[in-house]
Write a protein that binds this ligand. Sequence first.
Ligand code: IPE
Ligand code: IPE
Ligand code: MG
Length: 245
Amino acid sequence: MSDDVSADRPAPAHIAIIMDGNGRWARRRGQPRAFGHRKGVETVRRIVEGTGDLGVKHLTLFSFSTENWRRPADEIGALFELMKHYIAADLDGLARRGVKIRILGSREGLREDVSDMIRRAEARTADNTAFHLNIAFNYGGRDEIVRASRAIAEAAQKGELDPARLDEGAFGTWLDTAESPDVDLMIRTSGEQRISNFLLWQAAYAELMFVDTLWPDFTIDQLADAIDAYKTRSRRYGGLDAGAA
Ligand code: IPE
Ligand code: IPE
Ligand code: MG
């Protein structure tokens, strides 16, 4: 496919980013890992600010995984503080700009102050529609699917849901991402090439991109480049390109 054809192709409706490389960014500067996480929040601000202008309506950022509990307590504490402060500092501005905030993931095991902040952010922005910002925090794709399955089973047990009517579309409405379409483009920074339990259901047909840049150095221009590259990809969903039959 040539670029002039791709120019007419739609931008991805939903971009998901695995924000990786904060620790390495800090280590290269002889700093503690938390220094990299703090710097990473500045990248979050830049990307959240600029993504809507690139024609994208849904952005999901991976910020703390169910597996990240394996890290030292002080690093986990720093990540929780940063999450809390990010929302506290930016909520007003995001709300005013029409951003709807949704925190994906399990609320179990979260500190009270963090879950309070999450509730506040979601309640405050619930009626917004201009841009959807999903932050995956204490999130694992398998955990999300298990939580949804449990809720579905409970509803069926109560007679509120007919198992025979459960199809892929209906299942999706039980997931944390119920209000966002499937992921079109998934980007991971820092050169690692794996999914690490992110959006397993939603990324079934996502285009994957891996960039070497560490998250604190990632720029909106790089995101724009990724979107341009996305537009040149041929998405077949198991079928054939037009005219190939
Ligand atoms: C990503 O950076 C942020 C989180 C996973 C919370 P890392 O902390 O994983 O940084 P690296 O991969 O060790 O460089
Ligand atoms: C994935 O990064 C999780 C987040 C970005 C929040 P990790 O750094 O935790 O992933 P692995 O352990 O390298 O797969
Ligand atoms: Mg990492």
